[in-house]
Write a protein that binds this ligand. Sequence first.
Ligand SMILES: Cc1cc2nc3c(=O)[nH]c(=O)nc-3n(C[C@H](O)[C@H](O)[C@H](O)COP(=O)(O)OP(=O)(O)OC[C@H]3O[C@@H](n4cnc5c(N)ncnc54)[C@H](O)[C@@H]3O)c2cc1C
Length: 469
Amino acid sequence: MARVAIIGAGISGLATAHYLGRQAEVLVFEKESAPGGTMRSQREQGFVMERGPNGFLTNKPHALALAAELGCAGRLLPASDFARKRFVFSGGTLHRLPESPVQFLRSRLLSVRGRLRVMAEPFAAPPPSQDESVAGFARRRLGREAMEMLIEPMAAGVFAGDPDQLSLASCFPRIHELEARYGGLIRAMLTLRRERRKAGRREGMSAGPGGTLTSFDTGVEALVEVLAGRCGGNLRLGCAVESVSRSAGKYRLAVRSAEGLAECEADAVVLAAPAFAAGGMLRGLDAGLAEELERIPYAPIAVAALGYEAAALGRPLDGFGFLVPRLEGRRILGALWDSSVFAGRAPEGKALLRVMVGGARQPQLARLGDKELVALVKEDLRACMGISAEPVLTRVFSYEKGIPQYLVGHGRLLESITARLRALPGLYLNSNAYRGVSLNDCVRESKATAASAAGDAQGRAGHRFSEAT
Ligand SMILES: Cc1cc2nc3c(=O)[nH]c(=O)nc-3n(C[C@H](O)[C@H](O)[C@H](O)COP(=O)(O)OP(=O)(O)OC[C@H]3O[C@@H](n4cnc5c(N)ncnc54)[C@H](O)[C@@H]3O)c2cc1C
């Protein structure tokens, strides 16, 4: 039976192993002592603190379908109704994001002029022929104010990124498609609503990206635990792959563990580690490919989890949380009110907030020591939410290379990487660095990668890079 080596046991590597199933002998190498990558849930003193993602949206089917296949659909935990209520901090208060056109017209988040400019969206200039930035798109279609108050904080919330640098087509392909297909966002919204009505489906508008945010009873790591459990002894923890080489049609992995350096031979290899790590491993095989992979930058991000006595907060946590636009001049990117969104994230009478710091906006802040970081978070929570109470628990999870940035030109870079991979049959790249950072995107890409790698393992020619979008 052919052997497929998977490097990295984040959701991308583990889901690929699951989808490969029994079609090949699968070995998964993970450099850390625990699987999951950024998808880890830390349980302490009755709090469940997500180190990275707190869930996935059901507007795409991939993560839900995976949970069902794994037999853990019964453990799914949908967010409470509070998740619909999202806020943006501006001018000293939290403004609720509108959920309907009427609410939008009444909202004071944008000036009257700013709101009128958004309503003029159908008359916006057509898109440029070259890859456009998220900010360029937003200014062109929605105006400067909507860009600064809505789109910039959203780009920080999803990618921890700078919208002037991020590519609209690569970061938000659905929005890019809607413009191309319907000629604008308002036109798209109206047409899609008409189509849904015709089909007898009534769906309300939402302040968020749509679908229901969903996690698992014990935290997102539940999915990792089930996937890792299925790998059994074929998941090799504490095994860092240093290089991948090729001879006589086989790949050879140099694997460093506590026992020293060992070699592993495989017929196909799935690199499910971050792009910069994959680049390092492939330098000897194709220096040009390594250089291209290392050109995908990552934004540093720190997640500060703060547990409080709920009664001491001085206000109810009646929502999903809030984002802070850059021009507010604060140091946090936003805060998620996790214990209001998901049941069981804090003990009775306590509340849990997770605050995001750093990103492309202020990368140096993500590198602060825990004490300094918690101090600035408390200061900003006081300014944004009026919280003056001392937390009963604080934990900081920092990532120097947290979230990959799909910069303008990312699509071209992927084309070039794909072309280089054609010379390396049986070698696959599959992580959040290429075609989507959400858990849903990672699961979708993993399924496509597994199908191709299984094809290789069974002697068919598969495509070299997931092309399922
Ligand atoms: C703070 C934060 C919040 C987020 N929130 C959400 C959210 O709410 N919803 C959502 O959908 N997404 C969210 N995301 C994005 C999502 O979590 C990630 O895109 C996804 O988990 C990435 O999975 P991955 O397997 O591709 O990469 P990773 O999780 O980075 O896994 C890569 C693995 O490769 C291993 N590795 C690296 N080098 C080697 C080597 N040499 N040898 C062996 N192993 C190696 C690493 O140790 C790691 O375990 C968030 C991300 C962050 C950072």
